[in-house]
Design a protein around this ligand. Structure first.
Ligand code: LHQ
Length: 259
């Protein structure tokens, strides 16, 4: 699929997806929603992509739903979420590869939800997170009611959701919502370095870690212990596991291939 609203770049096992509607602060119009869902499915399928980065072109990460896009004016919001947004969030979560949001600027509404659904968030110093939904009389969607309380804690999540106030990157880092805050000029180099490191790591073990943590969010300790054992069984059968142990014995760096 040729993309009008995304730029895709592959570097050393890292698939970088850039939301590219800078004049609209990368707001989700119909094309961007369709293309992002497609690009995420392609990244999940492509074995050469072992880590994924999502970022925004220009001064914003993503301003959420394009409020000027009339393409789905007749579609109900529930329908729009089920058909367009929810599959994007599910693809980020179900992809058994690390997905890093490089939050270059404001992340508002569903754009904030997208960042929250990623596995890791690196933010530029000037970035901010806005649960903009309440400003237009809506509730947090696209996974925000699920991820925000888990990342920021229930009290802060509720405050952000019902005030719609902007949360600055530094404060988001303090809350544990963001993994690292860096000067804007260093955002992509720091992100690509981390993504590159993960792309050389044992991809199956990372994917199974993600699967087990997804599951652990929803289950009891007993079920989590059992699921961990099943995932470890799978990880233990990979070539990368054998290679890791072999490299340890031979006192050398392991060479992980993702298999
Ligand atoms: C935009 C947008 C935008 C279009 C900036 N749309 N143009 C899901 C299901 C279905 C329906 C409903 O919603 C959802 C989920 C959601 O995402 S709901 C939340 C939707 N998003 C918002 O409410 C955020 C709206 N944007 C803003 O509040 C501000 O633009 C922020 C705080 C993001 C940035 O403020 P500033 O830095 O002051 O920039 P700006 O407001 O001047 O925007 C720059 C341009 O981008 C401007 O265009 P213009 O032609 O006047 O230069 C804006 O109109 C445009 N833009 N967000 N969401």
């Amino acid at each position: 699929m040729a993309y009008q609203t995304l730029v895709i770049e592959d570097t050393n096992g890292v698939r970088a997806i850039t939301l590219n509607r800078p004049d609209a602060l990368n707001a989700f119009n119909e094309a961007l929603k369709i293309e992002l869902a497609d690009a995420l499915a392609a990244a999940a399928r492509d074995a050469t992509a072992r880590a994924v980065v999502i970022t925004g072109a220009g001064r914003a990460f993503c301003a959420g739903q394009d409020l000027k896009d009339r393409a789905n004016a007749d579609v109900s919001l529930g329908e729009s979420l089920r058909a367009r947004y929810n599959p994007i969030i599910m693809r980020v979560r179900e992809m058994e590869k690390p997905v890093i949001a490089a939050v270059n600027g404001v992340a508002a509404g569903a754009g904030c939800s997208l960042a929250l659904a990623c596995d890791l968030r690196i933010a530029a110093e000037g970035a901010s997170f806005i649960q903009a939904f309440v400003r237009i009389g809506l509730i947090p969607d696209s996974g925000a009611t699920f991820f925000l309380p888990r990342l920021a804690g229930l009290g802060k999540a509720f405050e952000l959701a019902v005030t719609g106030d902007a949360l600055r990157a530094g404060e988001a880092e303090r809350l544990g919502m963001v993994n690292r805050v860096v000067p804007a000029a260093e955002l992509m180099s720091v992100t690509m370095e981390l993504a590159g490191r993960l792309a050389q790591a044992p991809t199956r073990a990372i994917g199974l870690t993600k699967r087990a943590m997804n599951r652990a969010l929803l289950t009891s300790l007993e079920e989590s212990l059992d699921y961990e054992a099943s995932m470890q069984e799978l990880a233990g059968r990979t070539h990368d596991h054998a290679e890791g142990v072999q490299a340890f014995m031979e006192k050398r760096a392991p060479h992980f291939t993702g298999n």
